[in-house]
Ligand binder design. Structure first.
Ligand code: NAP
Length: 485
């Protein structure tokens, strides 16, 4: 905990930027330099309560606006994000570590999310239901769920808040956002865009502070009607238990352990390139990152050679520097966890094909070498626990049914990837895999108009797509009894 400085970044409650009531602040650290880059206001329950109350007061006015008027605010937000993408991307890189080109792609993808939900909000249709008695008529009306608490992690600070804020605002909900404590700065810039785009006071609120305290207020305050959470499965379960008390609506986007499956008819070198790009994007700190690589025995050797070559040539460095392809890991804890995972794999007989340790080229920063391993025993931790690290374990298989079983043998079910040119194999895999998002020959399957979310312990509900709008709506059945005439 540090003292306030001139650069203090504030919370945004009821249309005003504000410091924490007790003046408390927290330093945000650049993972490439280990230096504190900004001080942020670090509040507590009282500020969250005020934010919820402001959001509750703002909701009647916001939901009465037409979907077309709400869309204007969302689309203007998207426009401002695109105009400011370079400066927002630099902030994001400094607080999170990812290369600035990846950060810019995140801002632009999120701008698309705002634009798309602005339009989709105009299509929050109800139904007209055929009657079963002559004097009766039935319809459904869609109603915004209420004040939403939006909690997100540090790996995609803008993307993951946009997937909550944009659909919620589109249908007339109001929002209290809580970013990860170490990555609030780019979100502050997104808030500036929304405010300039015309979001009225109280419609969007930003709070920072100890997670548990903030979550307790969101869970216990009856004015907050929904929690949308992205983060670890363990915290997701805690929130689900807490939400039960008031039967509070909850959406959960949690951990994953995605299989990446290569069939022998796919070109092993082309696929190895896609695998390396997908794996080491954001240092493997991606919920849908491929993390178990099942390669058919016939192409295993060629795939491994190509993957090692591509991984070895990735340029590691400060994400702000030109040409850097892999930045530092997000924090010291993440670096230490990666070191432990690799040590555990080595103890269990794994052979390191490239990487395997903290990079010695940097005096400061949490840099780990992109790592490819083989010969892993099934009990190796990185095969059973979500690794969230730049490690690429290679495994082999020979039969389709065998690889489906291995791929599904996990408590997670978020994403899966299949590489084949055989349509029958692609269909069988699409139907057999237990995953909410499946990329067939596609290492980057997320887009605003398609649903995103997990099966099993990877989550509950979907973001994006029309399902992502539905997540902020209640359905009311309205029955009419007509006069006899
Ligand atoms: P985390 O520890 O669960 O933190 C995520 C967010 O929850 C942060 O804002 C954090 O705040 C807050 N939090 C922490 N403890 C909490 C508690 N007891 N009650 C309420 N909120 C709490 O997750 P992480 O390790 O930072 O993030 C990585 C995880 O997110 C991975 O498992 C990854 O797979 C998952 N993820 C899932 C998706 C998806 O769409 N399915 C997308 C991205 C990431 P503080 O920062 O203040 O601690």
């Amino acid at each position: 905990m540090a003292t306030a400085t001139a650069a203090l970044k504030r919370m945004y409650i009821d249309g005003k930027w504000c410091a924490a009531d007790n003046g408390r602040t927290l330093g945000v650290i650049n993972p490439a330099t280990e230096e504190v880059i900004e001080e942020i206001a670090y509040g507590g329950r009282a500020e969250v309560r005020r934010a919820i109350e402001a959001a509750h007061r703002a909701m009647p006015g916001w939901m009465k606006q037409s979907s077309w008027d709400r869309a204007k605010v969302l689309k203007k937000t998207a426009e401002l994000m695109r105009e400011r993408a370079d400066s927002m991307a630099r902030t994001l890189t400094m607080e999170q570590g990812k290369p600035v080109a990846e950060a810019k792609a995140e801002i632009l993808h999120s701008a698309d999310t705002f634009e798309w939900f602005g339009e989709e909000g105009k299509r929050a249709y109800g139904d007209v239901i055929p009657h079963s008695a002559p004097g009766k008529r039935y319809i459904t009306l869609k109603h915004p769920v209420g004040v939403v608490g939006a909690i997100s992690p540090w790996n995609f600070p803008i993307t993951l808040q946009s997937r909550k804020i944009a659909p919620a605002l589109a249908v007339g909900c109001t929002v209290v956002s809580k970013p990860a404590s170490q990555t609030p700065l780019s979100l502050i810039q997104l808030f500036e865009c929304m405010i300039e785009a015309g979001a009225p006071a109280g419609v969007v609120n930003l709070v920072m502070g100890p997670a548990q305290e903030i979550a307790e207020e969101l869970l216990e305050n009856p004015l907050c009607r929904k929690i949308s959470f992205t983060g670890s499965t363990e915290v997701g379960k805690q929130l689900m238990r807490g939400a039960a008390e008031q039967v509070k609506r909850i959406s959960l986007e949690l951990g994953g352990h995605a299989p990446f499956i290569v069939f022998p008819d796919a070109d092993p070198e082309v696929v190895a390139k896609a695998a390396v790009v997908g794996k080491f994007r954001n240092n493997g700190q991606v919920c849908i990152a491929p993390s178990r690589f099942y390669v058919h025995k016939d192409v295993e050797k060629k795939f491994a050679e190509a993957a090692v070559e591509f991984a070895r040539n990735l340029k590691l460095g400060n994400g702000l520097d030109a040409g850097v392809e892999v930045g530092p890991m997000f924090e010291k804890k993440a670096l230490e966890q990666t070191i432990n995972l690799v040590e555990d794999a080595k103890k269990n007989g794994a052979k390191i094909l490239t990487g395997g340790s903290r990079s010695k080229r940097f005096e400061r920063g949490y840099f780990f070498e992109p790592t490819v391993l083989t010969g892993l025993s099934p009990k190796t931790k990185m095969l059973t626990e979500e690794p969230f690290a730049p490690v690429m374990p290679l495994l082999d298989f020979s039969r389709l049914d065998e690889v489906i079983q291995a791929a599904n043998n996990t408590r997670y079910g978020l994403a899966a990837y299949v590489f084949t040119n055989d349509l029958t194999v692609a269909w069988r895999m699409g139907e057999g895999l237990e995953a909410g998002i499946i990329g067939i020959n596609d290492p980057v399957p997320a887009t605003p108009q398609s649903p995103f979310g997990g099966m099993k312990e990877s989550g509950l509900g979907r973001e994006l797509g029309h399902e992502g709008l539905e997540a902020y709506l209640e359905t009311k059945a309205v029955s009419f009894k007509l006069r006899d005439s």
